[in-house]
Design a protein around this ligand. Structure first.
Ligand code: UDX
Length: 483
């Protein structure tokens, strides 16, 4: 079989975690590999595929690439079940229990995706949280590459978890979240308890999410290699530590910029699973340079009603222009249709919003961040959002919600110094002050550092840059993976 197949073209199955952020990054990777004549089968859950189809023209991928195809599997959740952040453990469980058997059947038992196919699978790229992928890759006899779409600095704290438990640091002995943690190689003097992923704050070591992460920690070193959406100059100390876990690391980000560089004049395809409201672009066109603060908490984060009003007051009181993404379902207990009826909200909010605000339910975020009118990003610090802002040289005000976001916001504030971290607070006065600092008082220093970082990011994906070289190595390695 191996001789017969040795002349066949490489064929990669890509399986992302079915959430907006991971799907975005994996699709960018898929396109980059397609451009190198690698056959891609992109495995989406039916839910994601349907939403992609309804919101964007996902036929674009088929039109653009003959060597790209989508396949779908169910996610195992009931039809009406929300696919929100708090459902991630349920989703992972249902994927493992209900979806993996379907996947196994799809892949067949004879070591090929389609036994009679001209193009059997030669590699699997799966999200790092999919621990089952190790066994599946072994069964069909192909190498597995894990692509953890969260930040490497966030993932590194996951990988430090077993040692933190062994040292008795977890569960935390008291409520002092400002204590620096004693074990975090490569992050010494940076990470406090407060900066660890929020689920580390549990009092129960048997906590479901903690156990999922511990399982991930055991499986990551079993992969043939690890792919990251980052670049050397951003996270070099972390990437060096990662080499101790897996000697084969590919840091090929920022992926969206990398793809734009390779596509040159062509436009990139949107992979939004919410309908983008493009009216915000003409609104931005009419605003002065760097006058607008863009606000979005990504695809999963949820805020309380109280936090919603604190943010709203903070924005209005700052006197800045603002473009705010209010994703349906992102405020618990509030029907977001309500605040468009200005007569039902406090007068000062209604007036300030009419004068200086623009509200949409979902934005073309990459385009928004690239717009010259945007001067700052109030973000939940999701990894894609962080990179998209960084590449455009836009300083951030960080309000992290969960997973890697607490770590990312710390790095933005303390290590890269391209923004402020308002972690664990949500107070209108603090928000107003931070906006004034970033948009007015310390504008020049934040902008200078953000622009320097953007330059490094762009250099990394240009010819000869570290991410450019790593992508080349990844492509060559995939091409050498024959059955
Ligand atoms: C999740 C996790 O929350 C995050 O911490 C992890 O790093 C990746 O997975 P999510 O909430 O989806 O992320 O945030 P993020 O990673 O920032 O991805 C959101 C994506 O949605 C971005 O690519 C952004 O451009 C896009 N987006 C967001 C839009 O296109 N329009 C919007 O209005 C808001």
């Amino acid at each position: 079989m191996s001789n017969q197949r040795s002349s066949l073209s490489p064929h990669v199955l890509i399986f992302p975690l079915p959430l907006q952020g991971p799907v975005n990054s994996m699709l960018k990777l898929a396109e980059l590999l397609c451009l190198q004549n690698i056959q891609i089968t992109f495995l989406n859950t039916e839910n994601i595929q349907e939403r992609l189809q309804n919101c964007t023209n996902n036929q674009n991928y088929f039109k653009k690439y003959k060597n790209f195809r989508f396949e779908t599997v169910p996610d195992g959740l009931e039809e009406g079940n929300p696919r929100t952040g708090d459902q991630i453990p349920n989703m992972l469980e249902s994927i493992e229990v209900k979806v993996v058997p379907i996947l196994r059947e799809m892949l067949g038992t004879c070591g090929a995706y389609e036994p009679d196919s001209e193009s059997p699978l030669t590699c699997i790229i799966a999200d790092g949280i999919f621990t089952f992928a190790v066994d599946i890759a072994k069964e069909i006899g192909v190498p597995l590459l894990y692509f953890d779409t969260i930040s490497p600095c966030g993932l590194w704290t996951y990988l430090c978890l077993p040692k933190l438990i062994e040292l008795g640091e977890l569960p935390f002995k008291d409520d002092n979240l400002d204590e620096f943690i004693s074990y975090a190689p490569g992050m010494e003097g940076i990470i406090r308890r407060r900066d660890l992923p929020s689920f580390f704050r549990t009092k129960d070591i048997n906590d479901r999410i903690l156990q999922l992460v511990l399982k991930e920690d055991k499986h990551i070193p079993l992969a043939h290699g690890l792919i990251f959406n980052t670049f050397q100059q951003l996270e070099s100390p972390i990437l060096s530590q990662m080499l101790n876990i897996c000697p084969n690391i590919y840091a090929i980000g920022p992926l969206h910029t990398h793809l734009k560089t390779k596509l040159a004049a062509e436009t990139t395809s949107s992979s939004s699973i919410w309908k983008e409201d493009k009216s915000c672009m003409s609104w931005l066109d009419s605003q002065p340079t760097k006058s607008v603060i863009y606000v979005s908490i990504g695809s999963l984060a949820v805020m309380t009603k109280e936090q919603f009003f604190e943010i709203w007051y903070g924005l209005v009181n700052s006197g800045s222009k603002f473009l705010w993404v209010r994703r349906p379902g992102s405020v618990s207990g509030l029907d977001l249709e309500f605040e468009f009826e200005f007569d039902k909200i406090p007068l000062e909010l209604a007036q300030g919003t009419k004068e200086r605000g623009k509200i949409v339910s979902w934005a073309p975020q990459e385009e928004v961040l690239a717009h010259s009118a945007v001067g700052c990003f109030l973000t939940h610090s999701g990894w894609n959002s962080t990179l998209e802002s960084l590449v455009e040289g836009k300083p951030m005000i960080c309000w992290p919600y969960f997973v890697d976001q607490q770590v990312n916001s710390r790095y933005v504030g303390e290590v890269w110094k391209i923004g402020l971290d308002m972690k664990d607070t949500c107070d209108r006065e603090i928000i107003e002050k931070m906006i004034r600092d970033v948009m007015e008082l310390k504008k020049d220093e934040f902008l200078k550092r953000a622009e320097e970082m953007a330059k490094l990011a762009k250099e990394s994906v240009s010819e000869g840059g570290s991410s450019f070289v790593d992508l080349d190595r990844l492509v060559q390695d995939i091409k050498l993976m024959k059955l």
